[in-house]
Write a protein that binds this ligand. Sequence first.
Ligand SMILES: [Cu+2]
Length: 713
Amino acid sequence: MKFKKSISANLIAIPVTLMVSQPLIAQDADNDEETQPKKETVELERMEVRGEIIRPNMTGVLPEQGGINDAAHLLMRVPGANVNGLGPLSGIAQYRGLFGDRVNVDFKGMNYKPACTNSMDAPLSHVPAGMTSLLKVYRGIAPVSSGIETIGGAIVQETKRPEFTEEGEPIDWTGKFSAGFNSVNDGWYGALYNGLANENHRIHAYGSKEFGNHFEFPGGANIPTKHDREAAEVGYGFRYEDHVFDVDYNYNYTRPTGTPALPMDITVSEGGILTGSYAGRINDVVGIKASYNYQDIRHTMDNFSLRRVRGNTIAQQNQNKRVSDNYSDGFGYKLAIDFPLLSGTMTVGADGDNANHDATVTNPTNPNFSIKNFNGAERDRYGFFSEWIVSPIQDWTVELGARVNHIEMNSRTVSSTGTPPPLTTLANNFNSQNREKTDFNYDLTGIIRHNVTDDLEVELGFARKTRSPSYQERFLWAPFEATGGLADGYLYIGNLDLQPEKSYQGELGITWRHGSFYFAPRAFYRYVDDYIQGTPGPYGVAKTIAANQNPNPLLQYNNIDAILYGTDVEAGFRFMDNWRVDSMISYVKGDRADADDNLYRIAPLNGLISLFYDHEKWTLGTEVVGYWRQGDVSKFNAEPKTSGYALWNIRGQAELYKGLQLGVGVENLLDKDYRVHLNGLNRSLNNEASGIAVGDRLPGIGRNVYVTLNYEW
Ligand SMILES: [Cu+2]
């Protein structure tokens, strides 16, 4: 079948994961297949040990054994992808200049809904890097089946599961223990996985614990960036012939953890995701995948547990203390059926989710002060999609997708007590308006792939994608910084009249591999009609309230037009049997189309190049990560520019004993002092002692020596 051929032809080396042994990768690839009874052969070559393309257009990343706890930070190793790091465990996925709700994160068929109004518990933060077995990113245009709203791309996060044994084989016990230490924050982590399986049943349990102090940098410490998190997962699966059922429960308990880019820090984030899934084939012809999930998350943050609160006297400080309690709960489902159609494969499906958000703001020293920030803010999505992949003539593949989404939003009435009267006026205004909103959106994709030769594939794609406004963008009724983690220090108000975003995207990709060389450049151009962004305006009472709290002009979410374009490239080669060079480069430019401005929070031109020596029992290498200065900053919120920098890392790994791997490395070897453009602006008074004023860019981590130990059986 042409499609299968195209998969193996697309296996190229991705310099995304260092220090990972080949057997581990091969096993993860097996895991991935094993959940889909329809086997697709994915060949792994010796050279391709750093990652793989799981299907055309998809890149896989395995958790690195370096100093990473936050799974979102793995994205820094994917071309075009990056992370908005609000804190050590609060990374928001960014892909080609779009981030937050615009990038779909799939975990076991569900889309996690952060409880925090500022996304401190961003989707990738629910499962730690240590428990993530594979992070997959669709490069370029994400298929319509990959999520309900995928305007900015799609990411899949996976955890380990045992594989069913073959008929007649005994019970198989597999496990993995991993632990590590980072010197830059005296951080420790440990994770233990155990799985038992026979041919019909499988169970697994996972647990992890991680904690660390504030990150150091050459100017001092970035306070607060301490973190403390526990996570666990249990699961049971059952197989009968071609039918596999799985039930998993994934739980996260985050203790006080800093987010210096935001006005508050996490005090508790706690909750779980229950998923049930079925995958099967009927008569070896029709494939069915179905899943259901339920999530229930509680999140509390404050501005005084981990940082100093503003005020010269105790009384002033007490007056400024704030606690915010946030909740999100909801359920989701997905059904996808695939079958042969006109020599291709057709997939049709339905998916949806209902999410409810509540948030209050109180003052622990003043029981009369209470604000209902969000009350029953509801966002319900109902989608239907179809996707057809066909190879009409040899060496040509066509992928066509269509999706319709019906999105319903509503909010209960809000209130404020013990606050200045103008706030009550705003609450009454909000309550008197019609808050029930319905959007009908449709997405279309069309991709053509052509295998010009066995070594060269060319891809041309077009997509129309949509996104309805978030609950914050529609229902933020008073000036707050509850912005899904924008971290620009501005106060925002929502807009009930917002229209959904419509994106039109063109994509050109080339994958060339010849012998031990590979080269895979991609270019894209995107026009977003009704892109949602803050704009200043009169806004009456709200503006008066905002002016008393924040010198910056109040912003309201509005529809503008935006253009994003850029390129991302990965390339490398292997030489003299044991040496390899891998590199990647990412560039994106974001412009406002209807005014003279740049888009906010766009990653500067960045790249990575590495040189490694692979021995049978050990690997040693070095890499340089470079970020150009970012001068194309947004005017609407006076985004500061960032200087460029280069970091030098050294990494080594050795197999001490069968299955036992020791990793050692130094990141930022020269202890460079640098600022990370995507991390947002400092909001913590504690950082002033280290020369980082409120409103300054936050520092990147200083020199970090790490040690990791992994034992797999
Ligand atoms: Cu929060």
